[in-house]
Design a protein around this ligand. Structure first.
Ligand code: PMP
Ligand code: GLN
Length: 398
């Protein structure tokens, strides 16, 4: 392994899922649903395969049906704030959001450029920045006291927030871009309109690009998801990324997309061409149909997940964990110090033996490791009975 990638071994998700398989524990580590997405969308994939659509190389930017569906999706959910991408020049289909993130960084970062990422950050960000020869500059999200009752919804506890002064101080003459993620994995936080406005202001003032990972855009239980591309001056400097994995519960399909200006989409496409050339064909037809599902699909996905979140959060709290609010995503972050524990890594390695549950230590998503040591992430994209079983087991932990 070369020096750029030397620090990246096996991803924590593969490691923890292997631990779950080995011990037979309930896997609340890696985030993937235990129920597949809609039958009609699976049928659409089968039809495409059978009818010979997408079985040979599809067009490089993605099939026109999917590019049109992505553009319509942006208009349907964010058109009131001005998003209206042109399907021919402003949309690119990728092999999941993961490829979109890597291709964007490879296309936009020069060796030595600094990339600001919100810490804790999704693990592929650090590797993608390294592959591009960039330097990552983490800005740490910190939990608040949870006193802002306006935002609470059905949850108590604090939420992870961005310190806007710290972000401002992190920008230097070498900063090329800010890599954002909202709703945010692993903390479950959703950046507020004020937080986003400040980030946008900083990007415009300092001439920075924003690459924004919005794969959890439809998993928001309190407040709302606002794409940063909708803020003044941001459309022309933002690369927006999302994918079908979370929204349609098909994490194995790996269909993602980028929307931006023709210039930035073209840049990302140049990198994507030599990573995968094109993305797998038949699933693109199915995802085009999925994006057009009626509003009730999106509402019931969110309502089900909210109930799952509440069940798990309450159970963790009853078991003695400190529980942070998760206004978005399908993850809840906990503090294990109330259980008399200090190290999330030790705790997660022992948890399957102690009670038959797998979780992910948040510390692995930090450069400032001490800041993340006492936090542990649990996924709630699992059936209610599975979560109820996990909650029963977790009560035996202390
Ligand atoms: N970004 C974040 C924040 C994620 O949680 C995930 C899901 N694993 C991804 C990107 C990757 O998405 P995809 O599976 O579409 O590549
Ligand atoms: N995004 C998922 C998570 O955070 C898993 C993705 C992966 O395994 N790479 O758990």
């Amino acid at each position: 392994l070369n020096r750029r990638l030397a620090e990246f071994g096996t991803t924590i998700f593969a490691e923890m899922s292997a631990l779950a398989v080995r011990t037979g524990a309930i896997n609340l580590g890696q985030g993937f649903p235990d129920t597949d997405g809609p039958e009609q969308v699976r049928e659409a994939a089968v039809r495409a395969l059978r009818d010979g659509r997408g079985n040979q190389y599809p067009p490089g930017p993605g099939i026109p049906e999917l590019r049109t569906a992505v553009a319509e999706h942006q208009r349907r959910w964010y058109g009131q704030w001005g998003l209206d991408p042109d399907p021919d020049t402003e949309v690119l289909v990728t092999a999941g959001a993961t490829e979109a993130i890597t291709a964007a960084l490879l296309a936009l970062v020069e060796p030595g450029d600094e990339v600001i990422a919100l810490e804790p950050y999704y693990d592929s960000y650090a590797a993608a920045i390294a592959m591009a020869g960039g330097t990552r500059v983490p800005v740490t999200l910190r939990p608040d006291s949870g006193e802002d009752t306006e935002e609470h919804g059905t949850q108590s506890g604090g939420r992870f927030r961005l310190d806007l002064d710290e972000l401002r101080d992190a920008v230097t003459d070498r900063t090329r871009l800010i890599l954002l993620n909202t709703p945010h994995n692993p903390t479950g936080t959703v950046l507020s309109r004020d937080e986003l406005a400040t980030i946008a202001g900083l990007c415009v003032e300092r001439g920075l690009l924003a690459v924004t990972d919005e794969v959890y855009e439809h998993l928001v239980y309190e407040g709302e998801h606002i794409p940063i591309a909708t803020f003044p001056g941001m459309r022309e400097r933002t690369v927006t990324i999302s994918s079908a994995g979370k929204t349609f519960s098909f994490t194995g399909w790996k269909v993602g997309w980028v929307t931006s200006t023709p210039e930035l989409v073209g840049a990302v496409r140049s990198a994507k061409q030599y990573l995968t050339y094109v993305s797998a064909g038949p699933f693109q037809y199915a995802v085009a149909e999925a994006l057009a599902l009626p509003d009730d699909y999106y509402t019931s996905l969110r309502d089900d997940l909210r109930a799952q979140r509440d069940l798990l959060s309450q159970g963790l709290s009853d078991a003695g964990f400190g529980v942070f609010r998760a206004p978005g995503t399908y993850f809840v972050t906990t503090d294990i110090r109330p259980l008399g524990e200090r190290s999330g890594i030790d705790f997660c390695l022992a948890l399957p033996e102690r009670c038959g549950v797998v979780a992910v230590p948040t510390q692995v998503f930090y450069d400032h490791e001490a800041a993340g040591a006492p936090f542990v992430r649990f996924a709630f994209c699992k059936r209610q009975e599975v979560l109820a079983d996990a909650v029963r087991r977790l009560k035996d932990v202390p």
